[in-house]
Design a protein around this ligand. Structure first.
Ligand code: PEP
Ligand code: MG
Length: 425
């Protein structure tokens, strides 16, 4: 597919078996469309600017998702070269998969929890094959986008129940609706926003539309009677919001009681930490929740003030920027001080180059696109946490992402997976 733009909803409906790859004029590597492409194992390059003008019907294309390049009508040598690269990559992936069920334990015997981010219930089989222990993030908005209307409580319950039962006895973290931003709801286009990422997105939308929120909360609480569920709230920006959310949960519980429905209200409540204001108030937020989940896709976007879909500013989308690392460290310190659990569920946790840094900082729960789990697990099995801590202390004195990236590449050149050096900035 060569398209001007492809929404996350379009991407989630792609007929996997028929599509070899896609390129778009608009979009960026950390957009939701890109995340969906990764989970579906489809090579994709987004934000090429003029792809739809340059590519003609019947052209032969090479789509290299690992470096973000597209080659139109390659010569024979390039084609052979890429065929060779593809088969080496496939061998490498097959090797990783063979080891994906080994435990995620470092060389010095420290255990890690590697979980999967999924968008569709159908991804569970792949998540288990890739060695995920739990579902650390279930993005619920795709059901709303696919249906093209608001689902009913029973429809939601049916999906969530299927999900928890398939994962049982392991857990599922269900995140409440994160609509708008780049996941614009086609049946809710009443008000166009100039800056959708800064607009009425996620929990802001839910608190404005309490009936829609209560319907989803009731379905989640009912599904929790069938398995191990955690409830996660996206885009929390201040303490009042989480207090308001708890009041709405209280209303959902009263309705369920009045309707005499079976449910479980004793489930952990978490806040996503993906806005710098939430980081700065993390200790106070921790008094109201049972766990934090750091959403680095948005945390980087809002910290660096760049749109995660805009390729023109993609050079500033830096997970290893010292400002981003300091915010993550503050969140980690707050969670520790208040003795609550901490997970990282943004794409940052699935990029091998970031893992030594996060391990060195002290994080131990990572949720990621499930295709990334085997490579991250292999890396963790080769890391020594004491050494990672020393490297972490050294990089925290550095002032830019390039210096940090180069240090990690040098320190870990022998254990970082194939292709990591391509990303050297
Ligand atoms: C994030 O922001 O890091 C995250 C996990 O949520 P999403 O990508 O759905 O915004
Ligand atoms: Mg987010």
């Amino acid at each position: 597919i060569v398209a001007h733009d492809l929404s996350p909803a379009d991407a989630s409906q792609i007929q996997l078996e028929r599509i070899k790859g896609f390129v778009t004029d608009r979009g960026g590597k950390d957009s939701h469309t890109s995340i969906v492409a990764k989970s579906l194992n489809i090579p994709a390059v987004l934000g090429l600017g003029t792809a739809t003008i340059e590519v003609k019907n019947d052209d032969i294309l090479i789509v290299d998702g690992s470096t973000g390049t597209m080659i139109i009508n390659p010569d024979e040598d390039t084609l052979f070269d890429y065929e060779d690269r593809m088969s080496r990559y496939e061998d490498y992936r097959a090797g990783l998969l063979r080891e994906s069920h080994l435990p995620a334990v470092t060389r010095d015997d420290v255990s890690f929890n590697l979980m999967a981010n999924i968008e569709l219930v159908e991804e569970i089989v792949a998540a288990k094959d890739y060695g995920a222990s739990d579902i650390g993030l279930f993005r619920t908005e795709f059901l709303y986008l696919d249906l093209k209307r608001f689902p009913t409580e029973d429809e939601l319950l049916c999906k969530y129940k299927e999900l928890v039962e398939l994962m049982s006895p392991n857990g599922v973290t269900i995140r409440t609706l994160d609509i708008n931003g780049d996941k614009v709801n086609p049946y809710l286009t009443a008000i166009e926003e100039a800056n959708p990422s800064l607009g009425l997105r996620a929990v802001r939308f839910c608190l404005e539309n309490e009936d829609i929120f209560i319907t989803q909360l009731k379905a989640i609480l009912r599904a929790a009677a069938f398995g191990n569920i955690k409830l996660l709230i996206p885009m929390i920006s201040c303490v009042e919001e989480i207090i308001q959310v708890k009041q709405v949960i209280g209303k959902a519980i009263i309705e369920l009681e009045q309707e005499d429905k079976i449910f479980n209200k004793d489930i952990p409540l978490g806040a996503m930490i993906e806005i710098p204001s939430a980081v700065m108030m993390a200790e106070q937020l921790a008094d109201h929740v049972d766990f934090f989940s750091i959403g680095t896709n948005d945390l980087i976007q809002y910290t660096m003030a760049i749109d995660r879909r805009n390729r023109r500013v993609a050079h500033l989308y830096q997970a290893l920027n010292p400002a981003v690392l300091k915010l993550i460290k503050l969140t980690y310190d707050a969670a520790r001080a208040k003795n609550i659990d901490l997970v990282m569920c943004g794409e940052m946790a699935g990029e091998p180059i970031n893992i030594p840094v996060l391990v060195g900082m002290g994080l131990s729960n990572f949720s990621m696109n499930s295709v990334s789990i085997p490579a991250v697990k292999k890396l963790i099995r080769n890391i020594d946490t004491k050494h990672a801590k020393q490297v972490f202390e050294k990089i925290m004195t550095m002032t830019n992402a390039k210096e940090i990236t180069d240090t990690i590449l040098d320190e870990y050149s022998d254990i970082l997976p194939l292709g990591t050096t391509d990303k050297k900035s």
